[in-house]
Design a protein. Sequence first.
Length: 302
Amino acid sequence: MPIKIQSDLPARQILEKENIFVMTEKRASSQDIRPLKIAIVNLMPTKEATETQLLRLLSNTPLQIDISFVRMKEHISKNTPESHLERFYIDSYELYHHKYDGMIITGAPVEQLQFEQVDYWNELCNIMNYARSNVFCTLYICWGAQAGLYHWYGIQKQLLDKKMFGVFSNNRLVKTDPLLRGFDDTFYVPTSRHTTIKTEDVKKNKDLILLADSEKSGVTIAKSINNREIFMTGHLEYDTDTLANEYWRDKNKGLDIDLPENYFPDNNPNMPPVSFWRSTAHLFFSNWLNYYVYQETPFNYV
C-alpha cells in the first residue's frame, strides 16, 4: 500500500522511479481508509536525502501511511532551503495539536556535544514528552536513540576515541520479539557516530529490554518494557553510498577520517560499495509498523 505525501515533495519522483507506490493527498482523500499517521522529526542536515530513505522503507508494507515531517521551530537549518521546510514541514508547535500512531526521531550530527548544549534540546525534550501521551510508539534512531535513552532513563552516552564508522555485525539477543521477526541471528547495520551506549547500562535498567547488540559498536536495538519506545543506534535507513559520501566529504576537507569498516570491497574506496543490509532495513521498519504500531494502536487513537 502507498505512503501519502504532498504531490510536489522531491522524494516523490525518486520513489516513483524505483516503482514505489506513493499517493498524493488528492487521491488519498477519495479512499475510505483510516491511514496510520506517522510523524518524522527530521534532525538530519541532509533532510531531503533522509526523507527519501525513510519513505522508501515505510512504503514496503500493506498499510496506508499519512506522513508529517516535523522541524525544530527554534533551530535554523544550514543545509536545507527554508522554502523546502516551509512547504513540506510542520513545526513542533503545530505538532502538539495532533495525535499520531507512530513517530520517528532521527539522528543528528551533534553527538560530541553534551545534550544540553544542543540549541534545540529543550524543544526536543518537549517533543519527547508530548510523544509519551500522544504517540502510540516512537522509534528513536542513532543520536535520537541516545537522546531518548538519556532523557527518559538517564543513560549517558560515552565518547569514543575515534569515530565508529562502517557496517558492523550485530547479534539478535531475543528470538521471540516481533520487532526482530524474520531476522537472521546476526545482521549488519551501517553506523556513523562518535559516541556509544554501553550494553551494561541498558541491561541493568529494569524498564528496558536489550534486543540486539554488537561486540564492536555496543547497543544496537533496545525497547521499553511497555513497547512504546524503540531505540535503534545505527542507520538501517542509509543508502548504499551514504557512508561513501561521508568518507569522501571529510577526506576532501582534509579531515583525519578512516575508511569505513567492512564497507568498500577490498577496502578500496575507489570501488563502489554494495549494500548487504537493505533486506534487514525493510524487515525492521515493516515489523515496527505492523507489530508495534498498526496491531497495537486503537482504531480511534488519533
